[in-house]
Design a protein around this ligand. Structure first.
Ligand SMILES: [Zn+2]
Ligand SMILES: [Zn+2]
Length: 307
């Protein structure tokens, strides 16, 4: 029998990114997970719709750490997803994070995870890994969608070999480019807050994030989203320049780079991996990924949605 070619598509869709709330969809056309829920539930659902993902099933919500810009809507979202999908959706977080989440934000179904221990959510394999941030046991995530690894790495004061290694697996990555050091030092923050942000458990500067890209990203990388940009201490053009220079130094050409905005969803990034199916048994052919063909109608629609 001639095998049928079926393209499994991995999607990375930041719905909002920054200190006023973070939430990112990772999955495929039909289902996926949310990483963090620091936007209001209403905004999360509206922005999924605006990103063309209004019908996806949410199989789980992965929480990185207990800061309000990452977990504030957990309770309300948990109730809303129950009504939307007819069952309790699990929220995953480390024990440290769970102990620090305020009781009014706690979701109805909370599942404890450990950094370094993989787990499954629906048909997605998830790997949480430790990052340095001033909270109780924070993590970042790599999510496997089909044959594609997708990273969501924000809120870390410095990079580590572990973070670089995880980024190296990924074709889609959302990485924190929080501040421009010069802007931070000359900017409006009080001295103590400046020290916290630039400290080893604060946030990545453009230069630190660029080094992470240079050392960690591999030729697998197709789309890079710059995230958690400070509205006071950074500018998208500075972050983009730093990222593009890092990719160039790493010899990685053809990677699309964009910033994830705070107040609206970014255009979803997609990577296709071909798979063949013989009769009813799926056979993973481990083929080379191919880029999704251009779809002019879709492109035009995206321009309208994200203008
Ligand atoms: Zn944050
Ligand atoms: Zn944080």
């Amino acid at each position: 029998m001639t095998p049928l070619l079926f393209r499994h598509e991995a999607i990375l869709a930041p719905l909002g990114s920054g200190s006023r709330g973070n939430c990112t969809f990772v999955g495929d056309e039909r289902r996926g997970v949310l990483v963090d829920c620091g936007l209001s539930t209403k905004q999360i659902l509206l922005r999924l719709e605006a990103a063309g993902l209004g019908d996806v099933q949410i199989d789980g919500v992965l929480i990185t750490h207990e800061h309000a810009d990452h977990v504030a809507s957990a309770r309300v979202l948990s109730d809303r997803l129950l009504r939307r999908q007819g069952q309790q959706v699990p929220f995953f977080m480390t024990r440290g994070t769970a102990s620090a989440v305020r009781s009014r934000s706690r979701p109805a179904r909370l599942e404890l995870i450990r950094a370094g221990q993989r787990f499954k959510v629906g048909h997605f394999e998830i790997e949480p890994f430790t990052i340095p941030h001033d909270t109780c046991d924070p993590v970042a995530y790599v999510i496997r969608v089909g044959d594609t690894d997708v990273a969501v790495i924000t809120d870390l004061g410095r990079s580590t070999r572990l973070v670089e290694r995880q980024l190296g697996r990924c074709a889609l990555a959302l990485v924190e480019f929080n501040h421009d050091l010069e802007m931070l030092l000359e900017g409006p923050y009080p001295w103590a807050l400046k020290q916290r942000v630039r400290g080893p458990h604060g946030h990545l500067s453009n230069a630190q994030a660029a080094r992470l890209i240079e050392n960690g990203a591999s030729s697998r990388l197709e789309h890079l989203m710059l995230a958690h940009l400070s509205e006071d201490n950074n500018r998208p053009d500075r972050a983009l320049r730093a990222a593009e220079a890092a990719l160039l130094r790493a010899g990685l050409r053809g990677v699309s780079v964009a910033t994830a905005p705070q107040d609206r969803p970014a255009e979803p990034r997609r990577v296709c991996s071909p798979r063949t199916f013989e009769s009813e048994r799926a056979t993973d052919v481990r083929s080379r990924r191919v880029r999704q063909p251009e779809q002019p109608d879709d492109a035009a629609r995206q321009v309208r949605l994200f203008a």
